[in-house]
Write a new protein. Structure first.
Length: 164
């Protein structure tokens, strides 16, 4: 019995030492991963807004040309950018009020679904005005959105859809 105790004690100490080593190794891996996450690129608020600006422009020309599939695509791109703002920029004041755009987005979706040019125009104006109201509310009133005069890209045809 006296011989068993030292063996068990040695085994216990070895086991504890292995667990401590495993814990240290796991902590080191966690530290490395936290460092990598901290250094991972996170788009800034301006990148998201620039994306929305392009899609806002393209949405107008899609609707004006009754290219409803493209209009649907563009409004969903705007929605995706807004979701990403909420996800990646939640600490910003602007993110706290961005939900004000929801009803204007809903109205755009209805106009597109109904393929109604008059409702589209009304909804687009409401969307644009809501963007500007949001900008004013967060002290970015100098950034004024308007109905575009020309498409953002000269290499996109908003009038025609390619046939499958």
């Amino acid at each position: 019995m006296k011989q068993i105790f030292p063996v068990l004690l040695a085994f216990g100490l070895i086991s504890c030492n292995q667990k401590a080593d495993e814990t240290q190794a796991l902590q080191k891996r966690v530290d490395i991963l936290e460092h990598k996450v901290a250094d991972t690129y996170k788009p800034g608020f301006g990148e998201f807004m620039s994306s929305i600006q392009v899609h806002h422009n393209k949405l107008w020309f899609a609707g004006q040309n009754q290219n409803w599939k493209l209009a649907d695509f563009e409004i969903h791109e705007i929605m995706e950018a807004i979701d990403n703002i909420k996800k990646y920029q939640k600490e910003r004041k602007e993110s706290e009020v961005i939900d004000m755009i929801d009803s204007a987005i809903d109205s755009m979706n209805i106009a597109i679904k109904l393929k109604n040019p008059a409702l589209f125009k009304h909804s687009y104006i409401s969307l644009t005005n809501t963007c500007n109201q949001c900008h004013r509310d967060v002290n970015f009133e100098f950034n004024v959105v308007k109905i575009p005069d020309q498409p953002p890209f000269s290499n996109q045809d908003f009038k025609h859809q390619l046939e499958k």
